[in-house]
Design a protein around this ligand. Sequence first.
Ligand code: PMP
Ligand code: GLU
Length: 397
Amino acid sequence: MKLAARAGRIVPSPTLAITAQAKALAAQGVDVIDFASGEPDFDTPDHAKAAAEAAIRTGFTKYTPSSGTDELRHAIAKKLEADHGLRYDKSQILVSCGAKHSLYNLAEAFYEAGDEIIIPTPYWVSYSDQVLLNDATPVFLPTFEEEGYAIARARLESVITPRSKAIIVNSPCNPTGAMYDRATLEVIADVALRHNLLIVSDEIYEKICYDGITQTSIASLSPEVFARTVVINGVSKAYAMTGWRIGYAAGPKELLTAMANIQSQSTSNATSISQKAAVAAINAGDEFPSRMVKEFDRRRRLMVQRLNQMPGVHCRLPQGAFYAFPNVSGVLHRRGPQGLLTTPADLATYLLTDARIAVIPGEPFGSSAHLRLSYATGYEAVATGMDRMEAALRKLS
Ligand code: PMP
Ligand code: GLU
C-alpha cells in the first residue's frame, strides 16, 4: 500500500504511547507508579459533570454550530477578557476537540511547504510533528536549563530566515515547567513584529502556576502583538477534563475563519455534551484550579527535593505545569543489569522494568539529558516513586 508521504514523516505521540503502556501494566495488576501521564489525577469538578448530565437529559445531543456554541464562545471571550484583558469577537474564537486539535487546525490553515516554524527546545512532542504533517519545517531554537530556559534575543534572531513564518510559545512549558517573564515575552514579541511572524501562544497550563506568580499572555503586551497572536487554551489541564476534549483558539479573524472552515470540513463541532460541561467549568472560575495547584505544589517540592538528593541528578524547581524535568546526564553511561544506559530512553526503560516507575525520556522533547516526571499523580505516589527511583539509581555501576 502506498501511503501519503506525510504519514511517514511522523511517529505516534510518545507521551500518549508511554502513558498507555503504564496504564496497561497497572491494569494487569503490576504495581507501577505512573509519572508519565500528562493529566491531573483530580476528578472533573461536579458542576461540570452536572452540566453534562443535564445536557444528556434535555437532549442537547445533536450537532452544534461547527465552531462551538455561542454560549461556550461567550464564556471563553469573557474569560480571556477577565484574565488577560483580551477582547475577541465570537468570530475570532474556535472551539475544537482539545487544544491539540486547535493547534492542528492552525497548522493546516497556516503552515505549508517552504515555511519554517520556530520551536524553542525543549518542546511539547506534538508541535514538530504537526509542522511536518503540513509540509513545513520545524526550526529548533535551543534554550538552556542554566538560563532558566529563557529565550535570548541574539539566538532567536540567529534562526530567523526569510522563510520564518511563526514561533510557538508555551508558557508555562511542558516539559520544563519554565515560565517566561515579561522581559522574555517582550523579546519574542519584538522579534516577531519586526520579522512578521505569527505568535502561537499555547497557554494550556495557564492556571497551573506556583509561588503566587500568574501567567502573562503574550497577546496582552500591545495591540500590535494581539493582532498577530493566536492564543491556544482549553479545559483539559485547568479543570481536570482531559477526556472531554475541549480546546479553543482565539486570534486574528482571517486566520480563525480559515481554521473554522477546515474544522467544518473535517470534524465539525466538538462534542455537544462536553461543550456544556466546559461552559460550567470556565464560568466557575479559579476555585477548582487553585485547589489543585495547592496540592500540586506540595508534590512539586517533594519530588524536586528528592530528585536533587539522588547522585548524578539535578532538577530545577518548575514554576508552572505539573512536570519535573530532571537532568540525568550524571547517571548516563553507567551500567544496569541489561548493560550500559547511554540515553534517557535507556534509563526510562530501566526505571520501568527495575523500579516500576513510568517516566518519559527527554528525547521526544528534544533533550538527550533529561527525563520528564509528572507529579499530577498523588503525594504518596511521589514519595514511593522517589524511593524506588533512588534505589534503582544506586544500583547502577
Ligand atoms: N499543549 C500542551 C503543551 C500540552 O501539554 C497538551 C497536553 N496534551 C496540549 C497542548 C493538548 O491538550 P488537549 O488536547 O488535551 O487540550
Ligand atoms: N500533554 C500531555 C503530555 O504531554 C498529554 C499527552 C499528549 O497529548 O501528548 O503528556
